[in-house]
Design a protein around this ligand. Structure first.
Ligand code: ATP
Length: 355
């Protein structure tokens, strides 16, 4: 549990004069734009200098910047941010740049449940959560000698797929492994990837109903990963591997996508199970989350990861998606977050969505 007293802090906040703050990266254009559409003031935290490119995007630019020398310095500016009634929207880069430990002690109201961090960042706990919810995850291979099909080797703490590699045999695994780095081996799931963007509200009942609150599906994307997604332009992967050229998984962008409509009931069932299990394990995930999945040719979902906050895959949809259009026109995830905060502020329930 976080030890800081967010509840106490919120009683001193002027709820009619809130500021939405986030770090200038990742999905910040969308977050600022969404907050602006819902009538909030916005503040961008940037390192070194004001991010000049925001001038080119006036509707995605924050009203003001807080310039810090490095991300850790944010911790020294929390009084100033509290005076502005700031609510922080964490995104993947925010947590990574600040560091998980610092993020947990950040003395500011933060959208979502911070306690989810230890469940998503620890691969064993993540498996307990997701498999406990009845989801199928890629099989883990404990002993590398058992590699008899393609596997993906993932180093702990590697971000954005950096350093991951595919091996098809034990020998290949041994050759490619970097010594001294902890790793897991997973079956490489064959199929098509879908990254599903959900929004769970513990305080509103106007969507797919759960035991408490309700769930929405706002959009989905597929990540563009270099070099695995394009390497075939040069030759077959087997051919290239002969030359010592191995595919990599570093994310460079996101591609919008929809899936066959008949799969949507499964998508909601998975989202529901993940939320219900989280309510039992740690008071529940709150707000945006993403299930990273592969759909096999038998139309089964295998979930290889969960991200428990807004993901950059929502960026193709700053003006809404083919799914959010059926909820409300022009609804991005950034805007949906702002709406949730606005609703909670009005109903005096901010403590239910901020930690
Ligand atoms: P992030 O934290 O940014 O989500 P990560 O570093 O934890 O990324 P993963 O998302 O687990 O990495 O994996 C990176 C990429 O590797 C995925 O986007 C996907 O393309 C591929 N991948 C991961 N696991 C599997 C799997 N079991 N089978 C097939 N492909 C996989």
């Amino acid at each position: 549990m976080t030890e800081i007293n967010i509840h106490g802090m919120l009683t001193n906040y002027d709820k009619k004069n809130l500021t939405i703050a986030t770090v200038c990266s990742h999905s910040s254009l969308q977050i600022f734009n969404g907050a602006r559409k819902e009538g909030f003031k916005t503040l961008g935290i940037a390192v070194g200098e004001k991010r000049k490119y925001y001038d080119a995007f006036p509707l995605g630019k924050p009203d003001e910047f807080l310039i810090v020398k490095n991300y850790k310095e944010i911790l020294k500016h929390t009084d100033e941010l509290q005076e502005k009634n700031a609510i922080v929207i964490p995104h993947g880069s925010f947590v990574e740049y600040l560091g998980a430990e610092n993020f947990l002690k950040l003395d500011l109201p933060t959208f979502g449940n911070r306690n989810v961090l230890m469940w998503e960042s620890n691969r064993d706990k993540e498996r307990i959560w997701l498999e406990g919810a009845g989801l199928t995850m890629p099989r883990e291979i404990k002993d590398p000698h058992d590699i008899d099909k393609p596997v993906i080797v993932k180093y702990h703490g590697a971000k954005g797929g950096k350093g991951f590699f595919i091996a098809k045999t034990y020998d290949e695994f041994k050759r490619r492994l970097e010594k001294g780095k902890p790793f897991v081996i997973q079956e490489f799931v064959l199929g098509t990837r879908y990254y599903l963007h959900y929004f769970y509200s513990p305080i509103q009942d106007n969507a797919y109903k759960l035991s408490k609150g309700s769930l929405q599906l706002l959009s989905m994307d597929r990540r563009d990963e270099t070099t695995i997604d394009e390497v075939q332009r040069l030759g077959s992967i087997a051919e290239l591997e002969e030359l010592g050229i191995h595919p990599t998984f570093v994310v460079t962008g996101n591609i919008p996508i929809v899936m066959r409509e008949s799969l949507l009931p499964k998508v909601f069932k998975m989202g529901e199970a993940v939320v219900e299990k989280s309510l039992k394990l740690f008071d529940g995930i709150i707000g945006s989350f993403c299930l990273e999945t592969v759909v096999t040719e038998d139309l089964e979902f295998k979930v290889f990861e969960i991200s428990a906050r807004i993901v950059a895959g929502t960026n193709p949809y700053s003006f809404g998606s083919p799914y959010s259009e059926f909820i409300q026109p022009d609804l991005s995830t950034g805007r949906r977050i702002a709406q949730e905060i606005k609703y909670a502020a009005k109903k005096n329930q901010l403590d239910k969505i901020l930690t």
